[in-house]
Design a protein around this ligand. Sequence first.
Ligand SMILES: Nc1ncnc2c1ncn2[C@@H]1O[C@H](COP(=O)(O)OP(=O)(O)OP(=O)(O)O)[C@@H](O)[C@H]1O
Length: 576
Amino acid sequence: MNRAKLINQQRGSTQKTLKGVSKAFRKVPSKASHEKSIIPKRHSLAPQTGHNVEVVLRCKGKHSSKAILSSLTRPSALMPVNESEKEILLTSNNTIYRFDHIFYQECSQQQLYDQVGYPVLQEFLNGYNCTIFAYGQTGTGKTYTMEGDLESTNGKHALNAGIIPRIICNLFNELNKKGCQSTVKMSMLELYNEELRDLLYHGDDSKALNVFEDGTSGVKVQNVYEELIINAAQGLEIMKTGVKKRITAATNCNEKSSRSHCIFTITVTLEGKNEKGEIAYYTSKLNLVDLAGSENSKISGSEHLRAKEAASINKSLLTLGRVINSLADKAPHIPYRESKLTRLLKDSLGGRTKTVIITTVDPFVQNMEDIKNTLEYGSHAKSISNLPQKNPLASQHMTMSLYKESLVKMQEQLRRCWEKNGRHVSNKEYEEMLLQIEVSRQKVLEKEEEMLMKIEISKQKMTEKDEEIKALKTELEERRRKEKEREEEVVCWKKKLEDRDKEIEEIKKKEEEIDEEVARIEKEEEKAEGQRKKIDAECVELARKRRALESKRRQIKGMKRKRENEDETAPMKKRK
Ligand SMILES: Nc1ncnc2c1ncn2[C@@H]1O[C@H](COP(=O)(O)OP(=O)(O)OP(=O)(O)O)[C@@H](O)[C@H]1O
C-alpha cells in the first residue's frame, strides 16, 4: 500500500477517533456554555499573504495521574465547534479560536506525526529549511510531543516516540528510497538562562557559541558541534545522549520539567542536478524546538534558582510573543535581537523557512487564563507570513572534483584488490574502506562548510572593518576641516596682530612726537619763565627808577618852588 493511501486511511481513523473525542468533550457540559446562550465571538486576525506559519493545537491526553484526578473534578475549558478539527471554543470567554488542525486528547503520537512531522520532512528533503516548535505552559506535553519515548531497538523508535525520533528514522528510510548521495548531520543546543550550551559536544564547554547571521543561509551558531550520522540507530542514540544532558527539574506542574529551550537541528546535504544537468548539492536545515514551559511561578512552584530560571524562560518567551505580535501586526521593527531565542528563530518567523508551531494545552488541569494565553499566542502566530525559499544548488566544483578523484582512486584500489590484481582485502576491511571513503567525503564537505563559514565570518569582519574605516575617514575629514578652519582663524588672528602692531607703532611714534612737543613747550615755558623773571626784575628796576625819578622830580619841584620863592622875595629885598 502506498504511503498516501496509508496516511489517508490513518487520517480516516484519526477523524473517527477525534469525532468520538469531540462528542466526549461535548458530554462534559460547560457552565459557561449553559449560562451564555449568546453567539460565540471569533478570535480572528486579518489573513496574510505569502506562506503563513502553520499552527496546530494539541490537547494533552488524560494519561498522567494528576490529569485524571483534575479531570474528575473540573470540566473541560475547551469545546470543539461543529465537530471541527480546526475550530475550538474557549468557554470562559465564549470565543472561537481557529487553527490549522486541532488534535484532541486521544490523538496518538503516530497520528500527530503523520499530520505534522511527515509533511515537514518531505518539504525538508525537497530543499526547504523547516522548523517545528512546541509552545505551551509547563506540563502540557511539549517534550512528550517533540521527544516522547526515546527508547529504540535496532534503529526503530518506540511506540510513543515523539516527532524528533520519528523524523530521524523516517529520514533514513526516505534517503534510502532516493538512493542519491547524501550526508546527515545533527546538532543539539540548549538555551538556558540566555546561555547556549552544546549538548552533543564532549570537550570543554568554554568554546563560544555565537549566534550570527549569514546573508545566504540564515542564522548560524559559530562553533556548534555537528555529529555526522550514518544511520537511524546512531541518530537515535546520539539524540538520547544529548537529551540526558538537558537541564530539567521538578515543578508543581511537571515532575520532569524542561528548564531550557532545546534546539535540535538536522542538516542534510543532498545530491541534485542544476539546470545544466550538472551534479550539484543543496543543504537544508530542520530545526526541531522544544521550548521551555511558559509559567507562573506561584502555580509552578518556582523558587530561588527555579524562579530565576522562570524569569529567564518567561523573558525569552515574552520576547518571542512580542516578535510574533509585531510580525502579525506588520510592525516596522521586529524585536528579534532582544533575546537569543528570537535571534535563533529569526528565519523561522517571518523568514525563508517553512514553520509549524504546535501549541499545547491541558484543558482539564490548566486555568482558563493560561489556556486563553496559549490560544491567543497561537492565533497571532497563525497570521505570520513567511516566504519559504528552496535552498540553492551549490556547484562545489573544486571540492567535488577532488573528492571524486580520491574516490575513483580508492575504488580502483578496491577493484584491483577484488580482482586479486593487488592485495586482497576481507569483507570487513572492504566495508571499513567504504566507511573511510564516506568519512573522507564528509570531511571534505565539512571542511568546505567550515571554509564557507570562515569566509562568511571574514566577510562579516571585513564589512565591519570597512565600516570602521569609513567612520574613521569621516572623522579624519571632520578633523581636517576643523584644522583648516583653525588655520584660517590663525591667519586671521595673525593679520589682526600685525595690524595691531602697526597701530601700536604709530601710537608710539605719535607719543614720541607728543613727548618732543611737550619738551619743546617745556623749554619754551622755561624760556618764558626766564623772560618773565627778567621782565619782573626790569619792572622792579623800572619801579625803583620811577620812584627815584619821582623823588628827583619832587626834589626838582621843591627846588623849583624854592627858587620861585626866592625869585619872588628877591625884588622885595632889593627894594628894601
Ligand atoms: N498527550 C499526552 N499523552 C500522554 N501523556 C502525556 C501527554 N502529554 C504529556 N504527557 C505527560 O505529561 C507529563 C508532562 O509532559 P511534558 O514533560 O511533555 O510537558 P512539557 O510541556 O514539556 O513541560 P515543561 O515545559 O515543564 O518541560 C509527562 O509525564 C508526559 O509524559
